[in-house]
Every structure is written in C-alpha cells, then in structure tokens.
Write a protein that binds this ligand. Structure first.
Ligand SMILES: O=C(CO)COP(=O)(O)O
Length: 243
C-alpha cells in the first residue's frame, strides 16, 4: 500500500526517462505497484517495454462471485505481465496457503503471465533449523506438476519472513547458502529465476548477488524512491557483468 496514482506515474515516468537508450544487458527490471496504479503505470511503460510490470496478487478463478478480489485476466487487462503470489504478508494476514498459491500460479500461467512465487520461513522455523525443508515444501507444493515450459515462466523469490520489512534484518551469506543451494539444485536453470528478498539495500545488494544460486533481488523499501531503484539496477548490472 505505497504510492498514489500521481506518485506511481511519476516513478514510472522517471524510470523510463532514466533507462532511455541504456543497455540493460544482464538485467530484467520489474516493478509491482498496487492494483490501482497498474493501468496508469502500464500506459507510461509503453515507452519502455523492457520493464516487466506486475500485480501484487490475483485470484485463482477467472471470474465469479469473489467480491473484493481481482482475477488474473483482470490484472492482465490492466497491463500486468507478471503476478506476485504468496508474499509472506498475504500468507500471514490473508490466509494464503500452499494450496492457494499453487492455484494462483496455475492461473497466472494459464493466461500467459509470469508467476512470481514468494517463499520464506518464519523466525521460529529458522531457529529450529528447518528453513530449507520449509521453503522447499512451499515451492514444491505450489509448483509440483508444472511442465518444464510452465516452470520456465515462474520466478521464485526466497524472502525469509524475519528478513522482510522494517522489523526485518537482511539475511547473511551464511544463512542463505543452504537455502539457495537447495533451490538451485531443484530450480536452477529450470525456473525463470531465483531471487532473494528481505531488507536488500544499496549497501548489501552487491554482496547478496555473489551468493551461489542468487540470480536477482526482490526489493521493497530501498526501491520505493526512484533514485534507490536506479542505484540497485546499476549494482545488479555490475554483478551480472562480473558473473
Ligand atoms: O517484501 C519484500 C518485497 O516483496 C521486501 O521488502 P523490504 O525490501 O522492504 O524488506
């Protein structure tokens, strides 16, 4: 719930202007504004189709009596080419489950959108030493049974719950090694990408991108201001070129 229409339009316009004529080799920028801003931002991004526009959620049914929900065909109609599914806040506050995330992944893929599946364990699971088993269960539960072609349109974002948001702290390289090794073994080269998210900022992004299996970053607060996002894109491109 960040950005009014005017703010979202200004952000997108600034992004388009900043990337004009720039080589984005090694990068796939994406932005995921609130539903209300999808169409205004899509209209701005017509000038810069290299930026992937996403919705923060969508229902698994195409239409029907689900008051207050928004479907994949509707977000696609509004301009989204990607759907974020299963963010930890959706799982915690809106009863999102492995089953519903799986249904939503299928709905996104059925309509030709990319699915961005978020997975991540709460602090107590980490403290019990069960992080990898927990996130693999989330991923396998939602992605099991997909064809290779379908999986190729899925992006996985590992966002430990304890690392996200103002009360979170960034995961360390040592904490990420095991989970990313497991994700790489199962999804590396098969999914469209495996990302890390959770308190990423301009000071830690480069190091996070050196961790084996981390193919990209999913950033909240540090990208809310355009200057911050542009700086992160520079850092990610530098890392891609070195890799
Ligand atoms: O939840 C996130 C992206 O979905 C990450 O948020 P922060 O980068 O603000 O921790």
């Amino acid at each position: 719930m960040t950005k009014t229409l005017a703010e979202a339009r200004a952000y997108a316009a600034g992004l388009v202007a900043a990337l004009d004529g720039r080589d984005l080799a090694g990068l796939q920028p994406f932005i995921i504004p609130p539903f209300t801003a999808l169409t205004p931002v899509a209209d701005v991004l017509v000038a810069e189709p290299r930026i992937l526009l996403g919705a923060q959620n969508a229902h698994w049914e195409d239409a029907g009596a689900w008051t207050g929900e928004v479907s994949v065909p509707q977000v696609a109609d509004a301009g989204a080419r990607l759907v974020e599914i299963g963010h930890s806040e959706r799982r915690e506050h809106f009863a999102e489950t492995i089953e519903t995330t799986g249904l939503k992944v299928r709905a996104a893929l059925r309509h030709g959108l990319h699915a961005l599946l978020c997975i991540g364990e709460p602090a107590e699971v980490k403290d019990a030493g069960d992080s990898t088993a927990y996130i693999l269960a989330q991923a396998r539960g939602a992605l099991g049974g997909l064809t290779a072609g379908e999986l190729a349109n899925v992006v996985i974002a590992y966002e430990p719950v304890w690392a996200i948001g103002e009360h979170g702290r960034p995961a360390t390289a040592a904490e990420l090694a095991g989970p990313f090794a497991a994700l790489a073994a199962e999804y590396g080269g098969r999914a469209a990408g495996v990302l890390y998210g959770g308190s990423v900022h301009q000071g830690n992004a480069a190091e996070l991108l050196t961790i084996a299996g981390v193919e990209g970053l999913f950033v909240g607060r540090a990208a809310w201001q355009l200057e911050g996002y542009l700086e992160l894109l520079e850092i990610a491109q530098g890392a891609a070129i070195r890799a």
